[in-house]
Design a protein around this ligand. Sequence first.
Ligand code: HEC
Ligand code: HEC
Ligand code: HEC
Length: 180
Amino acid sequence: MWFAMDIKKTRRVSKSVGIALLTGMFGVQLAHAGKWLPLNKDGLHDRRSPGLELLQSPQDALGSLPTDTAGNKVNWSRAMDERLIKPRGALAGDKKVQILDLNIVMTDTAGHPNVLFPHKVHTQWLDCANCHESLFKSKTGATPVTMGSILRGEHCGVCHGAVAFPLTECRRCHLLPQEG
Ligand code: HEC
Ligand code: HEC
Ligand code: HEC
């Protein structure tokens, strides 16, 4: 058990112990991922366009990064952890990235496994102001988040399904067993 027990609150906070274990479990699923179609076969680009050969092929650009089964088939968190990519803190200047290691457990899941929201991974990519106080209040349970709001592109759905792994990956968010 790696979160503080408080049965009155529906959401709880904890440190990241156990995350490595959980992501390790997904390693199995990642083994058979990561084949990028050439641009002239991906059904998205006009294969007769003479401009096509000016574009880098996805295999060239992404092939050396850890693979994933969904989205653009790169596991970006692992790419960052393994220091294969080192994004800058800001477009200009050398702003220091502020990492927060704080997990939020969200338990309004109608019998589905509980949701673990890890601040650590998110703050490696994002600034606090990307989420607080507009998408989420910085107080556990203060923002009414539902699967419906997420599917409508609000809350987690502002990014997941758009720029971060898609909503079809239920278990990546719903990964904590319900307490018995
Ligand atoms: C990707 C979005 C996102 C980013 C970026 C983010 N947070 Fe959060 N934060 C959340 C969510 C989601 C919750 C839980 C909200 C809820 O339960 O309604 C939360 C909750 C919190 C809480 C409340 C914890 C408690 O005990 O009640 C604090 C404090 C907080 N965040 C601080 C920060 C700080 C400081 C940063 C930047 C270093 C940050 N957050 C970055 C999404 C984010
Ligand atoms: C990006 C993270 C994320 C993904 C992916 C995700 N969920 Fe959720 N889900 C949530 C959050 C956050 C809540 C709200 C939990 C809370 O408020 O305590 C939620 C709530 C729910 C609920 C509770 C009822 C409701 O409407 O809120 C159900 C059922 C549910 N999700 C099912 C699913 C299924 C099925 C999938 C895959 C098709 C899925 N979720 C994918 C984050 C996610
Ligand atoms: C402002 C954008 C943004 C919002 C809002 C956001 N995420 Fe994410 N999330 C990301 C990015 C970027 C990543 C890393 C790239 C990826 O895994 O696709 C990520 C990664 C994750 C991961 C993977 C962690 C790992 O170890 O690989 C989980 C779980 C997750 N998000 C859950 C949530 C949940 C639950 C919510 C809503 C409560 C949420 N996210 C809201 C952008 C966001």
